[in-house]
Design a protein around this ligand. Structure first.
Ligand SMILES: Cc1ncc(COP(=O)(O)O)c(C=O)c1O
Length: 388
């Protein structure tokens, strides 16, 4: 029996992997220089490490190192992309297009743009969580400056047809941003082939540290510019001021390098484990259904609907398994997931869904144990409902 609790919430965050931590450690104590202080060896060494990390992150997405801007995480990258493009291209237009199932880092930034008088179109999704490309084409106007569509959904794992969206954006002379926070390191990304102009990613979803991320900003064909949202010393080519988080950036670089080298093998393993989990749950619990796309999905995501099993009740008191519900508690109420609600099955399903995010440490024995835990808990809850 594997030790518990079993962690299956890797979409929320991942542990820092030992090789990443080992790469970071010297930069807290020995090599502590400010990467902008290049008058001496301390600063030079820090700067050298940052540039190495920039190249490692660039390689993960097919970019050039000088197209990578380091940030405090994907929330900041998303905000910089939306606000930065809206501001910089204000003379070209005031309209952006995004999607109802985006992360709040996009949706709340988009709401802020609307409050400032810009116009935002929110595309709906089909039952699998994908946008309709004809609807996207139809939404583009001469005032559209940006399309922002996430690469992979953080709840249901559905992948977007990035290359097709990139082509549509390019055909219409509109910039294309993708929030690749959940996709980076798990599925191949190539900003050239997919014609992506801006891309957000975060270290802590791929076994790097929390509080560090990056925004890719295309430098040629076309040259993209974003208006800075943080002013100061002109770091990161003036797009994001502030003393660089050198240990964090080194960690992001190391995580990106490992993810790139091991992606194929890791993805195959994760895909096998999520298939094992889904098959086991279907076998043990009547009526279990998949949320999201059956094939166009992240290798480590499984989001399921369990009829009759309310997800908040499911996790209440559940100590031996860490999974996420499809709902978020606000101070006043339990809000159903905006993602599952958008799939068109009704709110009931959004309250009865569980998200599993598998990781490198989840072996076959842990998956079997998780199946048993979920099946037992679902049976208990169903029995309680039947007795009531
Ligand atoms: C799709 C997506 N975008 C953005 C974020 C925010 O990332 P960070 O925690 O690095 O700010 C997350 C994290 O939950 C995410 O899943």
């Amino acid at each position: 029996m594997p030790t518990t609790p079993i962690y299956m919430d890797h979409h929320a965050t991942t542990p820092v992997e030992p090789r990443v931590l080992a790469a970071m450690l010297p930069f807290f104590t020995e090599v502590f220089g400010n990467a902008a202080s290049k008058d001496h060896e301390f600063g030079y060494q820090a700067s050298h490490a940052v540039e190495q990390a920039r190249a490692q992150v660039a390689a993960l997405v097919g970019a050039r190192p000088d197209e990578i801007i380091f940030t405090s995480g994907a929330t900041e990258s998303d905000n910089l992309a939306l606000f930065g493009v809206a501001e910089r291209y204000a003379d070209r237009g005031d309209h952006i297009i995004t999607c109802v199932t985006e992360h709040k880092a996009i949706l709340d930034a988009a709401k802020r743009l609307e409050a400032q008088g810009r116009r935002v179109s929110y595309l709906g999704v089909d039952q699998y969580g994908q946008i309709d490309l004809d609807e996207l084409r139809a939404a583009i106007t001469p005032q559209t400056v940006l399309i922002s569509i996430m690469a992979a959904n953080n709840e249901i794992g559905t992948l977007a047809p990035l290359a097709a969206i990139g082509q549509i954006a390019r055909d219409h002379g509109v910039l294309f941003h993708t929030d690749a926070t959940q996709a980076a390191g798990y599925v191949p990304l190539d900003v050239q082939q997919m014609q992506i102009d801006l891309l957000s990613l975060s270290a802590h979803k791929m076994y790097g540290p929390k509080g560090v991320g990056a925004l890719y900003v295309r430098r040629s064909g076309p040259r993209v510019r974003v208006a800075p949202q943080i002013y100061g010393g002109g770091h990161e080519r003036g797009m994001r001021s502030g003393t660089l988080n050198v240990p964090g950036i080194v960690g992001l670089g190391a995580a990106a390098e490992i993810a790139r080298r091991e992606m194929k093998q890791q993805a195959a393993q994760l895909r096998a484990r999520t298939a094992q989990l889904f098959a086991g749950l279907q076998q043990r619990i009547a009526g279990v259904a998949l949320n999201g796309h059956p094939s166009e999905r992240l290798p480590h995501n499984l989001n399921i609907y369990i009829p009759g099993v309310e997800s908040r009740a499911f996790i209440a008191g559940l100590k031996d398994l860490a999974v996420a519900t499809g709902s978020a508690c606000t101070s006043a109420s339990v809000e159903p997931s905006h993602v599952i609600s958008a799939l068109g099955f009704g709110e009931e399903r959004a309250h009865r869904s569980l998200r599993f995010g598998l990781g490198r440490s989840n072996d076959a024995a842990q998956v079997d144990a998780a199946i048993a835990i979920v099946a037992r808990r679902a049976a208990e809850l169903r029995a309680m409902i039947a007795a009531a």
